[in-house]
Write a protein that binds this ligand. Structure first.
Ligand SMILES: *Cc1c(COP(=O)(O)O)cnc(C)c1O
Length: 386
């Protein structure tokens, strides 16, 4: 039996996989079972921030792996402490809770928001999220996700979430007031929803409304975090200060980790026993993440912005492209051709791309070689034109 037939027989049918088995890679190149080479513009959906088998990341992970792979949160370990310190110092936030995924990081943020409101004596528990958002696959984060088709199959979902329109401050304020919300949670760029960035004026107005009403402002930076948008975290593009932000995906560079990062206001909302995770703060995952975060400096972010400008200008000018959206190296392309045809052509011609709704979505490694990126963009242009 081949990998494909075994997988089809024994793995639950939740993924509509491409007819492609990947076996190895290096940097932004990956190889299939026949040795065919692909330029990877997917990074495992924004996870392998420095590509496959990046040497510094491998060194950080393996040296931790061979000394202490796991203990438990009953004890102190240095990678967890140092990673929390690094994230807080780089963002002016106060404290971090580590989990293993983006959805779990959001679950923690939801608990922080509810506990913050109840500690204050407010009769508030609803959380407002935006229509077309994506916040995860657990029952609560599905409920938070502002897309009806995710809701219908798993009723009853946890209650306590209301939805308003992105970039419509009146919609947000009205729905927040009607529902007595304790927090507003949003992605700085809606990823799964089609790579749509929020507008700065809207974000500023939401921040002001939250401040005036002691409502927590939460950014879901699971996909937009860790350099992806050209800033360390996506909200930094809007010059706002969240009370809580969550991240995952690129943080681990390829190992599962999530983080719920809490600012001064809510830093003591959760206390002993209020939350926990067996694997959360795992030393190996944290050592990898620390190496990732430490390398996302101004120089790298400038490079991300330069590469982004290149892709935006090349593809905006390409026949068959209706629009290009997103920020940094999180790019959505609306093409005249169906996106599945574009992806298929690219794959046949050695370039791996993603989709988001009806758009082509690119999430290349932050350090992708410029020449490789150019080569991949030429293939995409041909795919779109053909
Ligand atoms: C991917 C994603 C999640 C879910 O992350 P998992 O690690 O799959 O649980 C949540 N929010 C956003 C914005 C995401 O892109």
């Amino acid at each position: 039996m081949t990998t494909k037939t075994i997988d089809k027989q024994y793995v639950l049918n939740t993924y509509n996989r491409f007819d492609l088995e990947l076996v190895s890679g290096k940097g932004s190149l990956v190889y299939d079972e026949n040795g065919k080479e692909y330029i990877d513009l997917t990074t495992g959906i924004g996870v392998t921030a420095f590509g496959i088998a990046d040497e510094k990341w491998v060194e950080a992970v393996t040296s931790q792996l061979t000394s202490l792979q796991h203990v438990s949160n009953l004890y102190y370990t240095s990678p967890c402490a140092l990673l929390a310190k690094e994230i807080c110092e780089r963002t002016n936030m106060s404290k971090v809770f580590f989990s293993n995924s983006g959805a779990e990081a959001n679950e923690c943020a939801i608990k922080v928001a509810r506990k913050y409101a109840s500690d204050k004596g407010y009769d508030r528990y609803n959380i407002l999220t935006l229509n077309n958002s994506f916040h995860g696959r657990t029952l609560a984060t599905l409920s938070a996700t502002g897309q009806q088709h995710y809701h219908e199959l798993f009723n009853p979902l946890p209650t306590g979430f209301v939805h308003a329109d992105a970039n419509d401050i009146d919609s947000v304020i009205n729905i927040a007031k009607e529902n007595n919300v304790c927090a507003i949670m949003m992605e700085s760029v809606q990823g799964e929803g089609g790579v749509i960035a929020l507008e700065k004026d809207f974000v500023k107005a939401v921040e002001k409304f939250c401040k005036e009403n002691d409502i927590l402002l939460i950014f879901d930076e699971v996909q937009t975090g860790n350099g992806r948008t050209g800033k360390l975290y996506g909200y930094m593009n809007f010059s706002v200060t969240p009370d809580v932000f969550t991240t995952a995906k690129g943080l681990g560079g390829g190992l599962p980790i999530g983080a719920c990062v809490v600012g001064e206001k809510a830093q003591n909302s959760l206390g002993f026993g209020d939350h926990g995770s067996t694997y959360g703060g795992n030393p190996v995952a944290c050592a990898g993440a620390l190496s990732v975060i430490s390398r996302i400096d101004d120089k790298l972010l400038e490079e991300v912005t330069k590469k982004s400008e290149y892709v935006f200008s090349e593809l905006s000018a390409c026949d068959g492209v209706e629009s290009v959206s997103g920020m940094g190296l999180m790019i959505g392309i609306k093409t005249k051709k169906p996106v599945s045809d574009v992806i298929k052509y690219c794959m046949e011609n050695g370039v791996l791309c993603l989709s988001a709704k009806d758009k082509l979505r690119l999430l290349p490694a932050l350090n992708i070689d410029f020449e490789l990126l150019k080569k991949a963009v030429e293939v995409i242009k041909t795919a779109i034109k053909n």
